[in-house]
Design a protein around this ligand. Structure first.
Ligand code: ADP
Ligand code: MG
Length: 323
């Protein structure tokens, strides 16, 4: 089973940013309104995610680290209607298999909870602990016991770049959650959790960027769109400033990006891309999120219709500003 966890870890935990992603998604699934992320040395020595969500019952904390111990799915047909971010029950055992992990959690406001420590997949402590309601996951020495994997890690700056990019986008996707990100004690991001997406755009891209965004809104029988796009003057040399969110989940979609860029087509120089934060809502049956273990990629069952709606909405937003 330890081996199975290490193999699964290879899929789920590619690099420090994958750990951040899994822990933050769990925190979001737990209904947190504040999520603090502390990183040291690009995440290789420390990744700590603290949330104020529903917490883990003391009796369940060890179970949460067993494979397929998800509390989020009850039948196979649920797989087609997944609303929460996590659903495989693989993340925690995978991360615990390749690090020194400490989980401190409480579902109550009594100040009492449970602390579980795991090293390389083996439980080394499970004891009462003082803690506020919520969960604190500390992951130290990632890949310490899988040197082959460790060897593939890039520079601290590169690993931090992946983490920071992910946290920025998840903060953009969840303006109602207050996020902080620090690296070696330095603050890299702070959002207020007020629900104001322009505030998050200002925190991520700067206040002048936030001021030059245009609002996009559209809907039809199948889809709802809302978000912000930059004026054509504000562009970037790559697609990294394009964030698409589907049913509350930040995803990578070549199709959506392409539809957006197509709408800017005559306005942008070649190889320049707008800043975009676009949220798409649809019935879960129109969406297959089960395509890739990292769940970053999705498949739309009405892709052509969706692309058409996106392109039209973006074009209209630009036109209303006389572009
Ligand atoms: P999944 O998210 O796919 O269910 P995970 O391995 O990521 O699987 O987590 C296992 C279980 O641990 C979750 O289903 C949840 O019940 C619990 N859990 C993990 N992180 C948290 C958290 N931050 N707050 C509350 N519960 C959590
Ligand atoms: Mg999860």
């Amino acid at each position: 089973d330890q081996l199975a966890n290490q193999i699964a870890a290879g899929e789920v935990v590619e690099r420090p940013s994958s750990v951040v992603k899994e822990l933050v998604e769990n925190a979001i699934d737990a209904g947190s309104t504040a999520i603090d992320i502390a990183i040291e040395e690009g995440g290789l020595t420390l990744i700590r995610v603290t949330d104020n969500g529903s917490g883990i019952d003391p009796d369940d904390i060890e179970t949460a680290f067993q494979r397929h111990a998800t509390s989020k799915i009850s039948s196979a047909s649920d797989l087609f209607r997944i609303a929460s971010l996590g659903f495989r029950g693989e993340a925690l055992p995978s991360i615990a298999a390749v690090s020194r992990l400490t989980a401190v959690s409480s579902p109550e406001t009594t100040g009492l909870g449970r602390r579980l420590a795991i090293e390389g997949g083996a439980v080394t402590a499970n004891e009462p602990a003082n803690c506020p309601q919520g969960t604190d996951m500390t992951v130290k020495d990632l890949f310490y016991n899988t040197p082959a994997r460790l060897k593939y890690m890039k520079s601290i700056q590169t690993e931090l770049g992946h983490i920071s990019d992910y946290v920025n986008r998840i903060a953009l996707a969840h303006p109602g959650i207050a996020f902080t990100l620090t690296h070696n004690g330095n603050s890299l991001l702070r959002t207020l959790g007020t629900g104001d997406r322009l505030q998050v755009i200002a925190a991520v891209y700067g206040s002048s960027a936030a001021k030059s965004m245009l609002s996009v809104e559209a809907e039809n029988a199948d889809f709802e769109l809302r978000g912000f796009i930059s004026k054509p003057e504000l562009t970037r040399a790559n697609r990294n400033g394009m964030t698409t969110i589907v049913n509350g989940r930040y995803i990578r979609s070549y199709a959506l990006n392409q539809a957006i860029v197509q709408a800017y087509h005559t306005l942008l120089p070649i190889n320049r891309f707008p800043l975009v934060v676009l949220e798409v809502g649809m019935h879960p049956s129109l969406l297959d999120v089960n395509v890739h273990p990292s769940k970053m990629e999705v498949r739309f069952s009405k892709e052509a219709e969706l692309k058409e709606l996106v392109e039209k909405a973006v074009r209209e937003a630009l036109r209303s500003e006389r572009y």
